[in-house]
Design a protein around this ligand. Structure first.
Ligand SMILES: Nc1ncnc2c1ncn2[C@@H]1O[C@H](COP(=O)(O)OP(=O)(O)O)[C@@H](O)[C@H]1O
Ligand SMILES: [Mg+2]
Length: 267
């Protein structure tokens, strides 16, 4: 089962990706969580130990490794391999967290021109493909907002794309774009999730906006001050208060996804 989590910065991607990863791991699944968000803070939500967290280097910053894999023998700079060999990388650089789950921090590549095919991008793109298409764990990807590394081949590997929105038109606008792109690239199960919802009047506006969209509102997660308090105390939200409103709601999202997983793979 490969789950991708996307949406505008700040909407709750990392909270949702990280908490889902913990819930799958608690249930005994082999879980590999992938951090491809530019904020790179999935390790906090997962509750990775301090000393492990401090030593994580994102793959996108491993200059030597990237050079090794993308350099074409006998060619000068400016010519490089856009399909580097990466199959060994996840197991070499992943770290272990609570409940046996594993985390691989890809990082993102900050370049003025998006879509640039610099060696770092080639590396991350190949890795995202490898992870989503070639591995057989429960993989949960905390995606960067622009879905820059989502090519058609990679999209095929995604079983579920959770597109996260908060109650704001800006965030809904980006969701609309992500949904269209995901569908165009061939992702079948694309679901909208509303997070940080205070009350029903906000939901009414969201329903009105998405009336003509091709995807349903799959799940709603309430605004919950306990999530902020977890952040403040430097704790993983699920460890800080596993029965808070938002965590309880993500547990029910997890149950839905588990059911979908059974439908997709076991029957
Ligand atoms: N349901 C929620 N209730 C309250 N605060 C939330 C909720 N979801 C996320 N947050 C807070 O919003 C901020 C952004 O969340 P985060 O998961 O980092 O978003 P993203 O990864 O999309 O940028 C964090 O400070 C987080 O604690
Ligand atoms: Mg994030």
């Amino acid at each position: 089962m490969k789950i991708a989590v996307s949406g505008k910065g700040g909407v709750g991607k990392t909270l949702i990706a990280g908490t889902l990863a913990r819930l799958f791991a608690k249930d005994g699944y082999n879980v590999l969580a992938i951090d491809n968000d530019s904020a790179m803070n999935l390790s906090y939500t997962l509750g990775i130990e301090e000393n492990i967290k401090a030593n994580i280097v994102p793959i996108s910053e491993m200059k030597k490794l990237i050079d090794e894999r993308t350099t074409v023998a006998g060619k000068g700079s400016g010519i490089y391999n856009i399909n580097p060999e990466v199959a060994d990388i996840p197991d070499r650089f992943k770290v272990t967290g609570p409940d046996g789950l594993q985390l691989l921090v890809l990082g993102t590549v900050q370049k003025p021109a998006s879509g640039c095919l610099c060696p770092e991008n080639a590396m991350i793109k190949s890795l995202v493909y490898n992870l989503l298409v070639k591995r057989d764990e429960v993989i949960i990807v905390d995606f960067e907002a622009g879905l820059e590394h989502l090519g058609r081949g990679t999209a095929k590997g995604i079983d579920v794309m959770l597109v996260i929105t908060e109650p704001s038109q800006k965030s809904l606008d980006l969701c609309s774009k992500i949904i269209k792109l995901s569908k165009r690239l061939g992702v079948i199960n694309v679901y909208l999730v509303a997070n940080k919802v205070y009350d029903d009047s906000q939901l009414d506006v969201i329903y009105k906006t998405i009336k003509s969209w091709e995807v349903p509102l799959y799940h709603t997660i309430p605004y919950d001050p306990e999530i902020i308090n977890a952040d403040l105390n430097g704790k993983s939200p699920i460890d800080f208060n596993s029965n808070s409103k938002a965590i309880t709601s993500i547990k029910s999202l997890y149950e839905k996804l588990k059911k979908l997983k059974e439908e997709l793979f076991d029957i």
